[in-house]
Structure formats: C-alpha cells, structure tokens
Design a protein around this ligand. Structure first.
Ligand SMILES: O=C1O[C@H](CS(=O)(=O)O)[C@@H](O)[C@H](O)[C@H]1O
Length: 297
C-alpha cells in the first residue's frame, strides 16, 4: 500500500478534493459539517464553516469558490473568523424534502455541474443533475434539471478533450458508471451508455477523476480501493487505502502526479480496523492528472 495520510481530518463525509496550484494547496469539503478545508503543501491546515451542508466546490478565477449546498449554488468567500460568506447564485426546486447537492465539478469549458440526492438516500431516483453557468437570466436564476431519475449521482468527470462526460449512481440498486457524448458548445450530454458495471467489481462507484491519459479513476466505496479504468472501460489498476470508504479523488501536487483521496468516517460503527477513516490520503498513481477547470467567468 502506498497511501500516505496527509491529514487525519475525521471527516463525516469528506468529498470534492480540488488542487489549487496558485496556493500549492488541496481544498475539500466535509458535506454534513458544511466545511471547506485547506491543506497546504507546507503542512498548514485551515477550515471555514458554511450555514448549509456543502456538497462540492469549484474555484473561480476571481479567487472565490462556487459551492453546491442544500438550497442552491453559492459564491463562497472564506472569512478571517472561520465563517464562509455565502451569496446565492442560483436556486433549485428539489423533487422531495430533505435533498442536498452531492458530487460535482466543472466541465472543461468551466460550466459547473452538480447532482442532488435525498439525504436519507431512502428515496430512489429523486436526484438530478444541474448545470450552472454565469450569465443566466435573473438575479438568482432557478436551475432546470438536466438529467433526472438518479438516486446517488456521483463520479462526474470529463475526458481530456471534454467530449465525454462520465457519471455514476452509487446506490446499491444501481452501481453503474455511464459515459455520454458531451457537446462542448452547448454543455449537453447525450448518447448515454454503460461505461462500467460496478456490480462486477468490488465496492460501489463514488467520486472520480480523469488522468492525462484519459483513464478514469473511481473511488470504490466500501472496498477501500481506487480503481483505474481505460477509456474502453477495462480495469487497469487498483490502489489500496487504509480506509473502507474512499469518496473522491483529485490529481494535485506541483507536478499533478499525486492522487489525493477523501474519505468517510462512519458514525456508530467499530473503527478499530480503520482508525484513519475520514482522513485525506495521497497516493502515487504513476501517471499525471490534468488541471481542474475553474468556473467560467
Ligand atoms: O453522503 C454520501 O454518502 C455516500 C456513501 S454511502 O452510500 O453513505 O456509503 C456517497 O456515495 C456520497 O457521495 C456521499 O455524499
């Protein structure tokens, strides 16, 4: 195992790692805590807390963050007192009560995509994918669902040329990763097909990242592994972690050759066999990643 613990964050649900090259820092969230964290390469660690759960983030060129929370998409600005100042940019009408945003990221053109789920995950197919971009009509535009019928949308990622979109559903009744043709001019996915059936692999599909060779790295939650699939959907590599529930991965480091992985610290269970659950880890994947696109201004 070559996983190195970078911080024993004890996150309830660590997610959405994003490498920020200007600061040589990794940012990520703890969803239920509504927290944005920063770990700098020199070892400094900071965090800021929002008023709502925080599902995923993307950086803007102006230096703030875009965050998908419970009631919509917010511009987030870290404050000196540890709060996250939140300004609503877009709203959503959830299909059911008790829903929040989960996994998301920008496409290669800088449109911010994020998916919703019901927090108890009891309601199947209530989740949807939303796309946010600046310049929509209205002061706080209402976003329209772009894809529906999802239970735990996850694993969103884009191929190096941006023309293939990947998306998964982690729910035990689904466990599929799909590929779509992606129209980079309009930001529209079409021609959905199964890319990988995770029922044939250990773990369920969670967060993902695409590397510079176009291969898809997916956190296989409940198996303690990160799996690499070729663009043809063939399993190529499996890396082990000292925790059972890795949630999302991101390439980072000055050379983009480190794979950072967030994880879940399950509540109310015996953690003697995974005391580092909820930590953030660094792996040496043997391949480089691509810069994470910022939100298009
Ligand atoms: O809250 C979350 O949990 C699930 C993992 S689990 O089903 O609870 O084990 C994860 O897939 C999802 O991304 C996360 O937000």
């Amino acid at each position: 195992m070559n996983a190195e613990l970078i911080i024993n964050a004890r996150n309830a649900t660590g997610e959405s790692p994003v490498w920020q090259p200007q600061e040589n820092a990794l940012y990520w969230v703890d969803i239920p805590a509504g927290r944005l964290h920063r770990w700098q390469l020199d070892g400094h660690f900071s965090y800021w807390t929002a008023d709502e759960m925080l599902g995923c983030i993307a950086r803007s060129p102006e230096g703030h963050w875009l965050g998908a929370q419970q009631s919509g998409i917010f511009k987030l600005t870290p404050q000196a007192d540890g709060r996250l100042h939140a300004e609503k940019c877009a709203a959503v009408e959830h299909a059911l009560p008790g829903m929040r945003f989960n996994d998301g990221r920008c496409d290669r053109q800088g449109r911010f995509w994020a998916g919703t789920l019901q927090t108890s995950m009891g309601a199947e197919q209530a989740g949807a994918m939303y796309r946010y971009e600046q310049g929509l009509d209205g002061a706080v535009p209402m976003l329209q669902a772009q894809l529906t019928g999802l239970t735990v949308p996850n694993g969103l990622a884009f191929s190096p040329d941006g023309r293939t979109m990947y998306l998964s559903d982690s729910h035990p009744n689904v466990q599929l990763i799909w590929a779509f043709d992606y129209d980079i001019d309009s930001g529209t996915p079409h021609n959905r097909r199964v890319f990988v059936d995770m029922n044939a692999h250990p773990g369920r599909p969670d967060g993902a990242a695409v590397d510079a060779e176009g291969c898809y790295w997916i956190c296989a939650i409940d198996s303690g592994q990160v799996l690499r699939f070729t663009p043809e959907g063939k399993l190529d590599r499996a890396l082990e972690l000292p925790v059972k529930k890795p949630t999302m991965c991101a390439f980072g480091g000055p050379q983009l050759d480190t794979l950072f992985v967030t994880s879940i610290r399950p509540q109310g269970v015996d953690l003697r066999d995974q005391p580092l659950a909820g930590g953030v880890f660094a792996l040496n994947p043997g391949v480089k990643g691509l810069p994470e696109p910022m939100v298009r201004g």
